[in-house]
Design a protein around this ligand. Sequence first.
Ligand SMILES: CC(C)(COP(=O)(O)OP(=O)(O)OC[C@H]1O[C@@H](n2cnc3c(N)ncnc32)[C@H](O)[C@@H]1OP(=O)(O)O)[C@@H](O)C(=O)NCCC(=O)NCCS
Length: 286
Amino acid sequence: MVVKFMEEVRSLNEFPIVRFLNLVREVFRSYPVFVDWNTLSFELDARENSVSFSNSFVFLKNGEPVGFVVTCIRRNRGRIDAMGVVESEKGSGLAQRILAHALEVLRWQKVQKVILEVLETEKRAVRFYIKNGFKTVRRLDTFIKECPPVSSRHNFVKADYRWIHKSSLEASINLKRRLNWQREPVTLLLSDGRYKMARTHIGRDQGYLVWGSTKDSAYIVDCAPVTNAEVYDQMLNISAEYICMSENRASCTIAGVPENDPLHTSAERNGFRKVLTQLEMELHLY
Ligand SMILES: CC(C)(COP(=O)(O)OP(=O)(O)OC[C@H]1O[C@@H](n2cnc3c(N)ncnc32)[C@H](O)[C@@H]1OP(=O)(O)O)[C@@H](O)C(=O)NCCC(=O)NCCS
């Protein structure tokens, strides 16, 4: 038998990070949402999303990296953070081998359910995941709103990440929230130092706000009143106003809001416009 090529699998914890990031850049070159991790932003994303370096892999063909998969694990729940193959390997079966490998190691880790998010418009990727047994669970919408002129000066005070963690846990129960991975209380806890965090009084309730900014826009990672769902609209509006003013940006975005979460209803009710949709898909391993 003639061996045409040598395929090799390396886990991410034993692969040079810069070489890995170059591969990611190449794979996502024509992807509509710009994926441009640098060493620092990847490390921060990895920490906050519970990326498992020993269960993430780079595939090499004749010594050249041609595909990768990044996985996250939280107890018995897994997530595919990102995966892909270089252009010349699309349709070759490599992507399927990569996914099968990742699912097998997640199974070994006793992961029962794997989720992922994929842009609804990326028909090829969606088709690939469906073909591999994933089912769409719900939609995650990204919203934007031009910043309104400031109508009132609302008082936010800096909050400690432990307080934010505790409050987001309480809010998730009290408000029957349906959080996605990037908005879970543990994500906010692990993000310590990456985002700005504040608290405010809202009527008789308290509210928390976690945010950041890019050069174009301020963005809300999450915000909610802690106990009273009725003041969610007000909490969202003052949060958007506050971050636009304090970050000096003309618009406010909120990424990947699950369609069944109260933040989604509030965003729709308060003039936020949908700009893109991801599908959250899942696969049961056991
Ligand atoms: C997503 C990805 C990993 C899939 O690997 P792949 O080798 O292209 O996948 P396959 O060819 O095995 O499967 C793709 C399926 O979509 C179909 N397809 C191809 N182009 C399509 C299109 N424009 N619209 C709909 N379906 C399409 C293929 O026919 C195939 O289905 P089939 O096997 O039933 O015929 C790969 O395309 C990739 O790396 N894309 C860039 C990165 C990315 O999008 N990653 C996913 C998000 S994290």
